[in-house]
Design a protein around this ligand. Sequence first.
Ligand code: SAJ
Length: 416
Amino acid sequence: MKICVVGLGYIGLPTASMFADHGHDVVGVDKNPAVIKALNEGKIIIEENHLDELVRRVVEKGSLRGSSVPEAADVFIISVPTPITEDKRSDMAYVVSATESILPYLKKGNLVILESTSPVGTVDTLMVPILEKSGLKIGDELFVGHSPERVIPGQILNELVNNDRIAGGINDASARKITELYKTFVKGNIYETDSRTAELCKLSENTFRDINIAFANELAKICENLGINVWEVIELCNKHPRVNIHQPGPGVGGHCIAVDPWFIVEKQPDTANIIHLCRDTNDSMPGYVTGRIDQILKDVENPKVAILGVTYKPNVDDMRESPIIKLEALLRAQGIEVAAYDPFVKGKAGITNDICEAARDSDLLLLGVHHDQFKELDFEALGKIMRHKNFFDTRNFADRARAEAAGFEYHLLGKN
Ligand code: SAJ
């Protein structure tokens, strides 16, 4: 089958490569010339485990190539970004322009699939009116639907194949066609439904996690007020066979969990109360952590904080929507000097790969994200170059005993 994938980002490119590796003839479309140039040389410009090998293989084989414009195909997959605006509304401009861009190439029997995470109604009220301009009868001559991905960065190729997946069609025939297509490489189950249900499933999966984390963050604040250790509470609660409380922290980052709940709020502002409150709770965490830091440093003149780890989650170089960046800005706004260290983030101004450079003459080490190597911090050496030996762990991750043995005062989010 000939497949045209519009948008070659973290989802589009792995998906296109996977189809190309499983017997399909795939053209990938992107408006960024650097993406297309790299692709046609068998290279990639994003980081994802094993994706470079796969892309090289399918490009060499001739089953995947890049183009700046769409072309006629049997299937069109749209996987463009759906960013959020300043006022927390979805920006659907890329979905609209991608849908318009395939219009001239559509013919009878084609299948159009939206992969991008989108507000409910995107397929039936935004895309279908555009697709109708083709003159084709939707659901009969042109099949349309939504099949959201569920992959976690770093594990994309593995999860694309093994995770269960939802095929949401504008009608049953569309859902059936989506299932048949993805079956070429998906080993997980594929569940058929309508496109609106599929859209809300994707948003609800990430919202479930956001709400659970907000609960953990609220518990952390409660525990600080009551003098109880939230990490112990959560660990013990999770011994219950039907309880799974997530972990508190300095906030929720990334391009999914911190964004998708707003797409539900946007459509149902008067009803989505818990969802809205949880978003606000998680967004309050950088400010809350700043308050704790103010307390710890209240007697220090011209304090300096060294942040360890600025990415949105551990062991990656991804800083999108990172709450640590917000925390850093809040500290700076109060006149606190801040140095940031992250071993994964290379070549970014203001972020050093030298922990000693960040820690020198500082009054507090703040653990922002739990990269594995922070288990091995050399507290003795760090303590020697700092002005005051304070450590604030927002993840309950560092080796407290070793920190205290080296003379550090150890502070923990969720325990005062
Ligand atoms: N976090 C906490 N406490 C926790 C768990 C996470 O504070 O207990 C924070 C992390 O520090 C991070 C943020 O949440 O800042 C999100 O990280 P994550 O690893 O939980 O999620 P993402 O955004 O990398 O990927 C999610 C996944 N969704 C779910 O697990 C429901 C992934 O499966 C989705 O495909 C992806 O969003 C997406 O594209 O929607």
